[in-house]
Design a protein. Structure first.
Length: 174
């Protein structure tokens, strides 16, 4: 095991992209430390660990074998189909349920963080976070109800209108 060594100032200025380049293509670099030479590549044959505060990242090299490379046609043709109203309603319902589960998990986590040992400023921050969560959850419910009402109205039947609802749903998911 190689001893833990702090990064030098020169290493700190090296970009992550350069580090990855050395990991993938720097197989000729070997260890220089010991009296006996070692032919193992420092980028391919060793695990490298980096720590900062309470986090650790580990990197190891694993070669992959490319089986096939398929080049697409120079021009891609996409047939646009408007989504069906029923599938949009189901997608909206599923999305609402998933987001509701996330907000429920956030509620549980915030409740578990509330204890009597908090300082006044920390308690105020917790209240701010909880208020922000409530506001965002309310906005999401309002948006969902608006989208559902829009889909259920008889005026949304053209492919362009359905596409507009679909794009709005996709944007919200992002």
């Amino acid at each position: 095991v190689t001893p833990v060594v702090a990064l030098s100032n020169e290493s700190w200025s090296m970009s992550f992209a350069k580090y990855l380049e050395l990991r993938f293509y720097g197989h000729q670099y070997t260890r220089r430390a010991n009296a006996e030479p070692c032919g193992h590549s420092i980028h391919h044959d060793y695990h490298q660990y980096f720590s900062y505060n309470q986090m650790v990242a580990s990197f190891s090299y694993s070669p992959i074998r490319l089986l096939e490379v398929c080049v697409p046609l120079p021009k891609i043709f996409i047939k646009r189909q408007a989504p069906l109203k029923v599938s949009l309603l189901q997608d909206l319902k599923d999305f609402f349920q998933k987001v509701s589960q996330v907000y429920l998990a956030v509620d549980e986590r915030l409740a578990s963080l509330k204890t009597d040992t908090f300082s006044k400023t920390r308690e105020e921050k917790m209240e701010d976070i909880f208020a922000q969560k409530e506001m965002e959850e309310g906005e999401f419910k309002t948006w969902t109800e608006k989208m559902q009402a829009r889909l259920l109205s008889s005026s949304v039947d053209t492919p362009q209108q359905l596409q507009s609802v679909f794009e709005s749903l996709i944007a919200k998911k992002q």
